[in-house]
Design a protein around this ligand. Sequence first.
Ligand code: ATP
Length: 440
Amino acid sequence: MSRKNNSSLMEKIVSLAKRRGFIYQSSEIYGGLAGTWDYGPLGNELKHNIEQLWWRRFVSSRDDMYGISSSVIMPEAVWRASGHLEGFTDPMVECEKCRRRFRADHLDGVKDCSFCGGKLSAEKTFNLLFPVEMGSAVGGTTTAYLRGELAQGMFVNFKNIVNSFHPKLPFGIAQIGKAFRNEINPRDFLFRVREFDLAEFEYFIRESDWEQQFEYWREQIWQWIDQIGLSRERVHELEVPENDRAHYSKRTIDFEYDYPFGRKELYGLAYRTDYDLKKHMEESGVDISYLDQESNEKIIPHVIEPTFGIGRTVFAILCESYQEDTLSGEKRVFLKFPKAIAPVKAAVFPLLKNKPALVERAKDVYNMIKKEIPEIMFDDNGNIGKRYRRQDEIGTPNCVTVDFDTLEDNTVTVRDRDSGKQKRVLISKLVSRLTFEKGT
Ligand code: ATP
């Protein structure tokens, strides 16, 4: 199902994300800063869960991946070598009246400023790297750059990893971290921002294996998409034509998602050839070639690069999970998160707030679960119906209620978020029930 231009869904998601503590506008009390967002407690937990799953799937569960965290600030030479100083640009036009800037390739033929109707300038190129002045003014400063992609951190560490771990080809270097792009027109919530989180790896291979490796990682990306609960019908591959590909790429597939504002890139898969390692060797003068034990020859490995935008993933998961239905005659909103990424795994309530025996027993149950599943909540505010609605809105898969029967038979009710149905469960079976319940 395409959701093109579904602006009301977009508004609902942005408003829920703010109201419930997922995503806030950054520095809002000062009017905000364009292209930056802050993750509140629930958004942070959601993002953390996605990153943990990603790391387990692509790094720690494998023997051929080396995880790193490289610096965010990198010297100019890195970006000169990588081609970003020259080529990391977007076409821009500027309104001659109000000075607003626009991406020339996003204008769809529009000739005047959409804000004031002013005339738009001729097209210029605009570099997306963020320069940083390093050092004190007294001794002079050096220009460095906030990284525009994580990949260069992996390339400049290639020799270090080879020297420390002697990996055999193929192997990968992975990281999760911040990237910065001075986007001309940040917009569409978390989609196009100036500071964002990426998860990516450079997978080093022999040139002759590139097509087979490309296909392997293509399939792995689809499996990840399944794991985080995005439906395959909303994700589409786009074979990027040569003239649209980044300067380093010989083949790129974009994985696009049907966001409420249209079909746009979620992930990328690129064959970067030996472009980057070769360029760093030339620029630094350091021999970073690799001795292939199979052929006993020095080679420059080639690279397959899957890139996963974390912010765009969080946003896609919010869109995918957002549901409205009617339960017991009342309209409700719920987020249908897969259990593995839900920020809160369960909430525990006493049926009535003013019955000390129920509150005490509910706190015991809460403390018992919390030892095994830390991401749980206790709530005794308002009536039980309101508590269910609050948990539905933040996507909590199960609510556990302690009632008068609990005091007699050590059972509680466990309510399922999606169906609203409740079942009685023995307290002794609760933890395994909350962790492994089928279908969540
Ligand atoms: P676009 O065409 O949307 O500007 P791109 O082709 O420049 O993206 P890549 O260089 O392939 O993007 O970036 C890798 C990944 O980083 C993307 O797949 C996306 O998930 C994420 N990404 C890129 N730019 C942004 C941004 N401004 N805000 C949030 N995520 C981004």
